[in-house]
Design a protein around this ligand. Structure first.
Ligand SMILES: [Zn+2]
Length: 279
């Protein structure tokens, strides 16, 4: 057997694998091994690893990646395990999962940015894993068709679903307060909610409309420029609507997530009075 603390040479490992080929332990042995793994027979039972040991372990695994075959086997084993233990699925998917329902402002990272130190660590961690030749997709390219499909999905994911979810929440609240409105009226900018005779309400996703909580105006690059152009567009829409005699109210995603009641209150106040205010 391998001695503790001694790293085996590749040659030794190869020989050992070779010698074990065709070895099938008996049911009895397997049972014993399982017991050792599970309970007080395990020499590590009740002895949690020290942080240093964990660090060492993590370090020794850096850059390691299972072969495609092994990954397939692991995925299959996982599926089989779920089949035999349906309660596990309950645990990972349902309310038992500590992350269950923690989206939006309940999510641990809501409204937060990673520190530059964390970003640096993250990018370091990615080296040798997903970046460069370590990525199994390295040097390959999706077909035009797939790219178009992915783009479509991407757009859908970021623009429609997310916005729709927020809109739906607001719509439901307005309905429950008996406020009569029109969805996506045929007016410039297609306001998410229109209340007769002249109030246009927009629900703006924080990231895509450049809210301070998700976007920094000093950022540069294609993506940042794109968001800035959208922000400019929003301003233009506001101006044009106001010139045509409409009033505009823009609600941020984070406002709706944080306090939908006050958002509804504002919509109602603007609908009832005749104030001219954007945001
Ligand atoms: Zn925001």
């Amino acid at each position: 057997m391998a001695k503790k603390g001694i790293k085996q040479s590749p040659e030794w490992v190869r020989k050992r694998v070779e010698s074990r080929r065709g070895y099938h332990p008996s049911e009895e042995t397997l049972r014993k091994q399982r017991e050792v793994k599970l309970g007080a027979n395990n020499p590590m039972f009740g002895r949690p690893r020290t942080p240093e040991a964990i660090q060492k372990f993590v370090k020794s695994r850096t850059g390691y990646r299972h072969s495609d075959e092994t990954r397939k086997k692991l995925a299959l084993a996982r599926l089989n395990y779920y089949k035999d233990h349906p309660e596990t699925i309950e645990m990972i998917k349902g309310e038992n999962n500590p992350m269950f329902g923690r989206t939006g402002d309940l999510a641990p990272m809501f409204g937060k940015h990673l520190s530059s130190e964390a970003k640096r660590r993250l990018s370091q961690w990615r080296v040798g894993r997903f970046v460069g030749p370590a990525n199994s997709f390295f040097g390959r390219k999706h077909s035009e068709e797939t790219r178009a499909r992915m783009k479509e999905k991407w757009k859908h994911r970021f623009f429609k679903e997310k916005d729709n979810k927020l809109e739906l929440r607001l719509q439901r609240e307005l309905q429950s307060k008996n406020i009569i409105f029109q969805k996506h009226a045929e007016i410039l900018g297609r306001p998410d909610i229109f209340i007769k005779p002249d109030l246009c309400v927009f629900v703006d996703g924080c990231y895509w409309h450049g809210c301070k909580c998700k976007f920094n105006i000093e950022w540069t690059g294609t993506h940042a420029e794109y968001i800035k152009s959208r922000m400019k567009h929003d301003v233009e829409v506001n101006q044009k609507l106001q010139e045509s005699g409409y009033r505009v109210l823009r609600l941020w995603e984070h406002e709706i997530l944080k306090d939908i009641d006050s958002c509804v209150g504002r919509v109602r106040a603007y609908a009832e009075t005749k104030t001219m205010v954007v945001r």
